[in-house]
Ligand binder design. Structure first.
Ligand SMILES: C[S@@+](CC[C@H](N)C(=O)[O-])C[C@H]1O[C@@H](n2cnc3c(N)ncnc32)[C@H](O)[C@@H]1O
Length: 419
């Protein structure tokens, strides 16, 4: 996997976040290169620019390397993208000073003169982003949107026309195109939030536009909900919580438990928060906050004081357009680290993903709780000779030993072994 970015005379070292992940994925794609090439060829001046959906900061780093003080605001829903952006600026000794960082719900400032955007996979979320722009951009502002050519069709151009202003696509270069849209200055209302019921659990679910399972229960989550673990759980993490469905139901089953919702998507965290309030899940008589909501890359920044006895996890198997199992690896390993001794990781996954191999390597045990033709529910228990395996310096070493002992492969690392 290359980390050397080289386009139109700009040379950068770019990595995904986290840097030490078990994947061969590159931090940028040809659509990033096309956009930068276009800016250089058109001799774009460093005006106030909004960068939207910049996966790991390739666009931000390029602009800051062209002009170190290029005025920027950067919008992303993904914490890994925000952290990747900061990581890549630092690696290339570029300043992040003055950059305004926004999630996809915070109001955009009014003085934007140029927008650079990557087309997201989720077109409902894209429409939401265009509507936000329509509320902030003066008439005539140029919005450049880059994507794989195969993702750009008549309906995408019509969607842009309807939600922001007229648009046309460039010729194809390296199988990508750049769409130029000129904002028409008409402000649009944001789309209404979607709300749906899970009658069998007596839960109401609200989903913001970039949240997994947009308008119905995911079939993996459904089998997980039918096969929740039994026990007297007091501290539960819903890891990769999406709208929070697993953690919400856990609170119904274990009213004495504190629930920690974590997701890479800021909109997911906001949805889980709204759903917690909507379903009135606080238990009378419990002291302190009964739920926390963390916008994070897995458990990377989870307080060390949180020592769950149960982690619920329906892991993602893609990141953006890339199919990958590195996030599942990271989730399983970080769960092992965080769990109390005797604590349980309860996982649902597509049968073909073979998560049992990963769990067996990390936990040294794995039980199949339930399965159907497509999905399997797996459970692994943390059994450690040491009561507190997480004491600072021993932690990493211990986790490495746990993984590498069972798999003496040259490429073994913190996150397991490459396939
Ligand atoms: C398959 S969905 C499961 C959502 C929900 N738990 C359910 O069962 O319906 C996986 C979730 O993991 C989240 N995710 C992806 N990468 C992540 C990361 N690095 N850290 C935390 N969450 C992540 C996604 O945003 C998504 O909400």
């Amino acid at each position: 996997m290359t980390t050397q970015f080289s386009v139109a005379g700009i040379e950068l070292e770019l990595a995904r976040y986290p840097k030490d992940q078990e994947s061969n994925l590159q931090a940028w794609d040809a659509a990033d290169e096309h956009l930068i090439k276009h800016l250089i060829e058109t001799e774009q001046a460093p005006v106030v620019t909004a960068i939207i959906n910049d996966n790991f900061g390739a666009l931000t780093a390029c602009l800051r390397s062209i002009a170190p003080t290029w005025p920027l605001m950067v919008e992303t829903d993904a914490k890994t993208s925000l952290l990747g952006n900061l990581q890549n600026l630092a690696t290339n000794s570029l300043s992040s000073e003055g950059i305004e960082w926004l999630n996809s719900r915070e109001a955009l400032p009014g003085q934007i003169e140029l927008v650079l955007m990557k087309l997201p996979k989720n077109l409902t979320y894209f429409a939401h982003q265009l509507n936000r722009l329509s509320q902030a951009l003066p008439k005539g502002t140029q919005v450049l949107i880059s994507a794989k050519a195969k993702s750009i069709n008549k309906s995408v151009l019509e969607l842009i026309g309807k939600n922001l202003g007229p648009a046309s696509a460039s010729l194809t270069w390296k199988k990508t195109r750049v769409i130029t849209c000129i904002s028409d200055g008409k402000s649009r209302a944001l789309p209404k939030e979607v709300q749906w019921s899970v009658p069998q659990l007596n839960l109401e679910i609200r989903n913001l536009s970039n949240v997994f399972a947009a308008n119905k229960l995911d079939i993996g989550a459904e089998i997980m909900l039918e096969n929740m673990p039994k026990g007297d759980f007091k501290s539960i993490i819903d890891l990769g919580c999406g709208n929070g469905i697993l953690g919400l139901h856990a609170k119904q089953l274990f009213p004495q438990a504190y629930i920690h919702f974590v997701d890479d998507s800021e909109m997911a965290i906001e949805s889980a928060k709204q759903n917690w309030a909507l379903n009135k899940l606080d238990t009378q008589g419990l002291v302190g906050e009964q739920a926390t909501f963390g916008w994070d890359d897995c458990l990377t920044h989870m307080s060390e004081g949180v020592r769950p006895d149960l982690v619920l996890c329906n892991p993602p198997f893609h990141q953006g357009e890339a199919i990958t199992d590195h996030i599942a690896w990271q989730m399983f390993l970080q769960s092992w680290r965080a769990l109390k001794n005797g604590g349980i990781l309860h996982v649902v996954g597509n049968r073909h993903l073979a998560y049992h191999i990963k769990l067996q390597r990390i936990f040294k045990n794995c039980t199949t709780v339930a399965s159907n033709g497509k999905f399997v529910i797996l459970q692994a228990q943390k059994i450690s000779k040491k009561a507190e395996p997480f004491e600072a310096s021993s932690t990493e070493a211990e986790a490495k030993v746990e993984v590498t002992e069972s798999e003496p492969h040259p490429q073994s690392s913190l996150y397991g072994t490459k396939k």
